[in-house]
Each structure stands twice: as structure tokens, then as C-alpha cells.
Design a protein. Sequence first.
Lengths: 265, 307
Amino acid sequence: MTDLRRLSREIRRDILETSKLADVGHIGSCLSVADLLAAMYGSSLRIPDLESAERDRFIMSKGHAALALYAALHSSGLLSAEELSRYCQDGSAVGGHPEHELAGIEFSTGSLGHGLCLGAGVALAARLSGRSYRTFVLMSDAECNEGSVWEAASFAAHHRLANLVMLVDANGQQAFGYTRDVLDMSPLSERWGSFGWDVTEVDGNDPFAIAAAVASVDTTTGPPHALIAATTFGKGVSFMENQIPWHYLPMSDEQYRQALREVAE
Amino acid sequence: MRRAFVSELIRLAERDPSVVLLTGDLGYSVLEPFADLFPDRFFNMGVAEQNMLGVATGLAASGFTPFAYSIATFASMRGYEFFRNGPILHELPVRLVGVGGGVDYGHNGPTHYALEDIGLMRVQPSLTVIAPADVPQAATAMREIAAIPGPVYLRLGKEAGELAGLDGRFELGRAVTIGHGTDVAIVTYGSVATEALAASELLESAGIHARVVVTACLAPPPVDDLLSALGAVPLTVTVEAHFQNGGLGSLVSEVVAEHALGCRVLRRAITTMPRGSSGDPAYLYERYGLSARRVADAVLAAVAIGN
């Protein structure tokens, strides 16, 4: 297995360097999913090539953490350093939210609550076509505010889409406050379980634990799978962790230097 | 018209194994023939339109050709953003079918009247928008839809029947003109076309010679046919079971303005949110000024002013 810790570090470094170059925010949101993406692209996803009908599908429903996805694609050799460097530049397809025009990106996301419905359709398609690929959807905990998520949850459970795996980046924050203060969705595990999903709780900042959890679920028969990944918003950079402003802020030069030092550890 | 839709869908599904049908828990006594023939390709999605659109998108991205069916208000509005960020943004062949355009749902009241769907859908670039006027036209339109690579919104009436002179003609980007009168052009689509045609007959007996243009294809707009039909008349009246802004009246106004045509445009439509008094479509047409008599009177008044 790839050294997932090293991959997580690379992804974090890319997130910081690229954000600094573009002078944009969403850094904290990206850092919290770095380990989930390391697990996905370093271990769990089986993608023989991007055109393969049997490739696993990964849907970044938490679209505003696009940079984390780009960093993972870069580490996997699916996005060049040059393309990554044009993040949020004028005319670039590598924008603030993923666009399907980019190779390796299945759907243009950014409208929270959309990805699980898309994933349910793709998972259903696999069954109808007799294919064995898995469909992974990465969502945020705040995204679970959206009603469409629960429509998809009901549908996937009713149709026992075992080939659908949903990962929730449960970092306890959303855009304008902490989830417990805005719209408390806890207990998240119980909610997903009550909708008929097979639920696994995992340390969302331990890429090995995530990869192991994914490997342990039965994606051939049974209910769909929810991995409730407990994460820290801004994980890896001490002054960003659990701080709402880092959903938005770009880094000063000093902050950038300190952040790079910390994620290299 | 729903039955014509299902018959054609069955024919299409027989030759194209990628066709699947999703419904938002509607279509009782209508969709069963498809479900019986293709049980593995029929999905009752439940009362969950956003998920229906999202799943349709995922299916379409994976090689399927989904038809997603609901009452026109719910089909067009509840999942509109997912239609826009799904099949439209991704250029996927999802066919969104809204039954009961206009006031076809009569007694069911305003929550079931689709009075903004054509406007909402026409606004989206690269979305095909079709609203057949009768059963034969609906059947022809379904056959044309098969070859469209991108998304489609199809507004179906609940009415059965045939519009005299239409002969089931339908082509993408085209309109059908019935009659040759040069006093006024009456432009229309959907179930209310019968009122528009009847209005032209009332006008004929009053010495006003009309031509009726049936625009079942709202997008891509039938510009050339509209230019031919409207270029020779001083007055154009649009008749639609839709709010006044955004639908056919706006489309015709755009064409007239852009091409500097010399005719005045009178937009007959529903100008207020209906509330508190439902009834069958004929009652509602009369109440909201879309009946043959009300349309004819409006034309006569406009002609008088023009003279």
C-alpha cells in the first residue's frame, strides 16, 4: 500500500502552496478532507484508467474542497503540476469547484446536496449494467442539512445499493457557525443508521483507518454504506483548526510559512 | 396525451435498451404498460423530485437515457436546480416530462397549475423545450426526441383529441401554420391551442381573417417559421396557458423586436396567480381570458384600436 501518511502530507502541502499562489480561501475545508482523499486515491479507488467502464467513481459532493481533490489527482498523476498551478486563474478549468470537463472529475459539483443523488444514479447504473464498480461520494456534515441528501439516502437504502459508499467529513463546522449551533445533525451515525445504511465510524484524519474501513464493507450485497469520518476542520495547521474564519481567509506570508512547516511534520 | 407518450416510449424502449423511466410516484393507470413490459427499467422514485433528477443525471452519465415523469409543476420546479446543474450543465440526455401544463389539472387548484414552466425552461441555453398541442403531435414529438443528444423538457397536456389541420406535424425548431389569413396571426401551443383555433373561427365569421401558428417547439425557437407567419400581418396574438412573462408571448416579442417586424404583439396569458376558484380547464380559460370567445373579443378590440 502507498505510504498514505506521506500522501496526506503531499496533499496538504499542495493545498497550501496552491491556495497561496491563487490567494484564495476554503483552505480549512480542504485540510479536513486531506486524509480522506489520501485514502481514496492512495488505496481504495480502483481506476485502471479514466475511460474504463469498470472504474470506481468518486464524486466530490463537498465541492468547495475542490483543491483537496485536485491535490489528490495531482499526486495520482491525473492532474499535472502546471494545471494545478492554474487553480482559480482566469480561463482555467481548475476552478473553485470541480468541473467535469477536467479529466478525472465525474460531475461538476458545488451545489451541496446534489452529489449523493448523482451517486445513487451511478450506483444504480452499475447494477443495471451488471458492472462491479463502486461509487464513492464525499460529503460534508453540514451538507446533510439538505433534504435531497435524505431523499437519496432513502432511495439507496430501499434499493439496497451496496455498491454505494458515502463518506461524511464530520468536522463540526459550517459556513456561518458550528454545526451544533446552526442545525445540529447529531447523532449523525444514528441518523444514517435509521435510514437503513450500514454505518462505520472512523477517525477521518487517519488515512489508514479510512482505507481499512472502506476495505471492510461489503459492496456486493446489502445496504449502502456510510462512513462517518470524524475530522478536524483545518487539520494539520494549528491556527486553522476549528476556526470558522479559515473557511474563507487566504493566508498571509507569515501564516503560509508556518503552515508549511507544520504540515511537513 | 399521456397514453400517446407511453405508447411511443414503449416503442422507443423496444429499440433502445438504454431507455429507462423514472416517476415521482405519479402516472397511476397510465405508466403501467411500460412498467409491465420493462419492469427492470421502470423506477417509482417516490415523492422525491430532487433525487429523481439527480439519479436520472447519474444514470444518463452512465449511458442510460432516462425519462423522468411528474406533474408539470413538480417536474419543472421542485428539482429545477438539479435539472440545471445536472443534465443541462453536463449536456446529458435526460427527458423531463411534466404532465398537466397550464391549467389542465383544473379542479386540483393552483399548486397543480404549471404557469411558469415554459419560461423557466426556455431560459436555459441548449435545453429543448416541447409542448405538443394534441395527441398526434405528441406522438410525433416523442419520435423526434429520441435523436436529441442533450436534455429535453416535454410539457404534456392531460387532454385527448386532435387539432384540425395540425395533422400531427412536429419538427424541432419549426412551427406549423394553419390557415392563411393576413389580418392577425394567433400563435399558441399546448392544450389551449383548441381555444386559439376556435377563436380564429369566431373571428372568421366576424370578417377577420386569421392564421394560427402552433409552436410546439419553444426551444430551439421556430424563428424562420415565425418570421414567415408574422411578417405579413399587422397584429400577432399569443395564446398560452402560462403566465404572461417568459413564455410564448415573450418569445414572440423577442423575435418581433430582433427582426424589426412591423406587427403589434398582444400577449394573452394568465396575468394573475389563480387562487380561490378552481374548475375544469374550460371554466378556467373563460375566467382567465383564454377561451375562444375571450381571445376573439380581445383581437376584435385590438383590431378596432389599430383601425
